[in-house]
Structure formats: structure tokens, C-alpha cells
Design a protein around this ligand. Sequence first.
Ligand code: PLP
Length: 303
Amino acid sequence: MQVPFLDLKAQHDPLRAELEAAIREVIDSSAFAGGPFVTRFEEDFGAYCGTPYAIGLGNGTDALWLSLIALGICAGDEVITVPMTFMATAEAISYCGAKPVFVDIDERTYTMDPRLLERAITPRTKAIIPVHLFGQCADMDPILEIARRHGLPVIEDACQAHGAEYKGRKAGSLGVAGCFSFYPGKNLGAFGEAGAVVTANEDLRNKIQMLRDHGQAKKYHHAVIGWNARMDGIQGAVLRIKLKHLTNANEARRGNARLYNQHLAGLVEVTTPAEAEYARHVYHLYVVRVRNRDHILQALANR
Ligand SMILES: Cc1ncc(COP(=O)(O)O)c(C=O)c1O
């Protein structure tokens, strides 16, 4: 039996009629760049995350980068994050001219270890980016408490954590900004590239809205130097349909994870993922640790 790493066709087949109708609507109205389909998705995704605002963007890297720019991060600043993440987290920091400063992860949850955070803070530190890796939130309360004491904003990298929860609150709604990627393979994936920032901060929302659209507050009135980081209409329409199914899809992932946990429980060689007491893990990836990784990888590939 072939077990593909990711089967998007199986995910989309049951939704095909709905998705095709949504795309047809975008074609019929020619609202391809930004526009009403993006706005409607922003409203729905903000409500889903429990934040007043969502800003649709071109991808998750834009979400991180523009959040940092909007918070005034620039050359000479330091931004604390984790080394155990996808490249884009540190890349967005570097792209602002700032220096990524790495705080190691907790061995159990693979997310920022709050016990190591405070000693990494210097007078140059301007922000903290915990990463909700593999679908599980970092331990946000102690991180937010340290950040508050030092007057530092916390940006959540929630690019792998759509619908994950921390003490009953959704990933993305805990810091000043939550950054999401809707890369096709994500728990909530577009039909191409897309991303978003969610926030309760109106000023930040306004700044990111301007930055994604060449610094325009009004058409052809360019108040600041921005970029083109808008979300496509087709992505907004597709994501709005798929968002309605996210809760069920995440529940199915949790069911699969329980099954794997049961079957792997007897193997001392395998460390299965741990769900922290505070967390609702959404298993973007089900990652195990083994000593002889390459050997096991090869054996699985052979089978
Ligand atoms: C943790 C993390 N941060 C940032 C990103 C960047 O998102 P995108 O690929 O949409 O730019 C990703 C995407 O894989 C990610 O997994």
C-alpha cells in the first residue's frame, strides 16, 4: 500500500463542487487581486481566531515580515525566536535588517522554552516570535509575562497552527499579531500562495493594510513605502470554503494522532509527540523522534 506524505486530492474531492462554484464566482466578477472575496475571508478568519481583524496577504513570510515592519523593527534591532522552525521565521527578521537571536526549544513540545527567554533579552531586543511548531502552541503565558515586563511585542508564528488552542484561546489571538501561512499543504491551505495576519490592534491592522498595498491608504496616495503583498481573490474564495471544514479536518488529524500514539506506544525507540496540558494540538505534522533516523526513513521508503 502506498501512503503518500500528503494527499491534497483526497482532501479536495469531497469539496470539489463547492470549491469550483466559489472559483467560478471570482471569474464571473473579475475580483482577482484583493477585493470582496478576500474581505469576506478576512472577516470569517478573524472571527474564527477570536480577533477583530485579519489582513489577507500573499504568503506567511509576508505576514511575519510586514508585522515586523509595522512594529518598527529595523537595522540594528534584535528579535528573539527559535532555531527549530522553518527558515521563513528568521528570514523575515533578517529581511528587516534586524538580527535573529535564538532561544532553544522545550524538548517535549518543540516550542520556545520560556525558562531560557529572559537571559536572551538585551537593550537591542525589540520583539519576540514564538513558533507554534507542528500544530502545537508555545507556552504563551510565561512568554507574554516576560515580554510585558520588558515592554516587548510578541508576534506569534502560527503558520503551522490553524485552529490550535492555548488554554482555550486560538493560536494567533494571544500576541499583538498572529501570522499564518495558507501554503497548500497547511491545515488550512489555499490553491496557491496566501497568508494572513490576525490582530486586535487597529493601528497595526491599518499599517499592515497599507504596507501590503504599496503604502496606500487611499488609491494613489502613497503615505509610506510599502510592497505588493495582497492576497488573490481566488485564494480568498477558496479559503473561505475550506475554513468551514477546518474544525472537522483538525478533529480528524487529532483522531489519526491518537491512533498513531496507540500503535507506537509499545516502542521504546520511538518518542511520539506530547500534547502539553495547556494545548489543543492540531497535528499539522505528526513528528516522532528516533535515534537511527536515516535507517528508519530508508526502511519506510523501501516499504
Ligand atoms: C513556521 C513557519 N513560518 C513561516 C512560514 C512561511 O510561510 P509561507 O511559505 O506561506 O511564506 C512557514 C511555511 O511553511 C512555516 O512553517
